[in-house]
Design a protein around this ligand. Sequence first.
Ligand SMILES: NC(=O)c1ccc[n+]([C@@H]2O[C@H](COP(=O)([O-])OP(=O)(O)OC[C@H]3O[C@@H](n4cnc5c(N)ncnc54)[C@H](OP(=O)(O)O)[C@@H]3O)[C@@H](O)[C@H]2O)c1
Length: 294
Amino acid sequence: MSPVSRPEVNSKLIDGTALATRIRQAAAGRIRLIREQTGVTPTLATVIVGDDPASHTYVRMKRTRCEDAGMRSVNIELPDTATTAEIVARIATLARDQAVHGILVQHPVPRPIDRRAVFEAIPIAKDVDGVTAGTLGRVILGMEAFIPCTPRGIMALLEEYRVDLDGAHAVVIGRSPILGRPMASLLINRHTTVTLCHSRTRDLPTIVRHADILIAALGKPKFVQGDWIKPGAVVIDAGYNPGDSGIIGDVDFDEALEPCSLITPVPGGVGPMTIAMLIDQTTQAAATQLGVEF
Ligand SMILES: NC(=O)c1ccc[n+]([C@@H]2O[C@H](COP(=O)([O-])OP(=O)(O)OC[C@H]3O[C@@H](n4cnc5c(N)ncnc54)[C@H](OP(=O)(O)O)[C@@H]3O)[C@@H](O)[C@H]2O)c1
């Protein structure tokens, strides 16, 4: 039963940790089944370029969670002096490796590396993080695909909390290929009316004030103010900004709490869902490649 339908909980908080835990546990069961049926352990390869400490922390978190679920992980670390051709060649090797079922390239890939060329080296069947142009095209068209993990996690949260998407107006702030753009497409495919905003958008507060559902994914701490929030709106904060006192979202949580009907905390909202979806999609990729049906 969804927490929102339990009046005794009487909370506006969307609990991403709880749903993510259930998804990871279900994936762990399927990983066990794959191993029992095939003798093969589902495997995720992570590729990280350069020495950005935050990126290394994120990759470590993802690998730990994968291993906790019973998955194997292979970590490829390349210096930021690596050329695009060298990185593409490493990914091509992983693409051919039958023991690797999913490939994740941690972003941002440092410049001047051609990140698009790097992402496109991942075959669609192993694109468990949903970064290739082929995957994005499939998402836009509503075709089966490994959906970018953060937008897929957000859709799962909206479903879990029974948010009515059909005909609602969603405002998505951010148009990156891994977050804002696929997010808008997934909502459009569910008959939501979507306004996609970005850094050139004029009078963002007025647009946000019309949102039944707000998805903030711009990477600016506490950017969205409480008086921008329409009373009763559902607020999804994908922001993950390291601050002195921990991780800070893109929405001023304390201000937004009063007018909203539901809100994701940071941390504990969208973040855990992203990793859960990565594990879920890598498990699915392994099952498909190994011919296992659940
Ligand atoms: N929780 C998770 O698991 C997770 C996963 C991925 C990302 N994130 C977080 O989500 C946020 C966005 O990530 P991203 O990778 O999509 O970032 P990104 O690639 O840097 O894209 C940011 C987007 O926000 C827009 N933007 C920037 N400033 C703006 C402003 N003042 N007004 C309106 N739009 C503005 C940019 O517009 P332009 O296109 O015009 O430049 C761009 O489209 C970050 O905080 C990131 O850490 C969280």
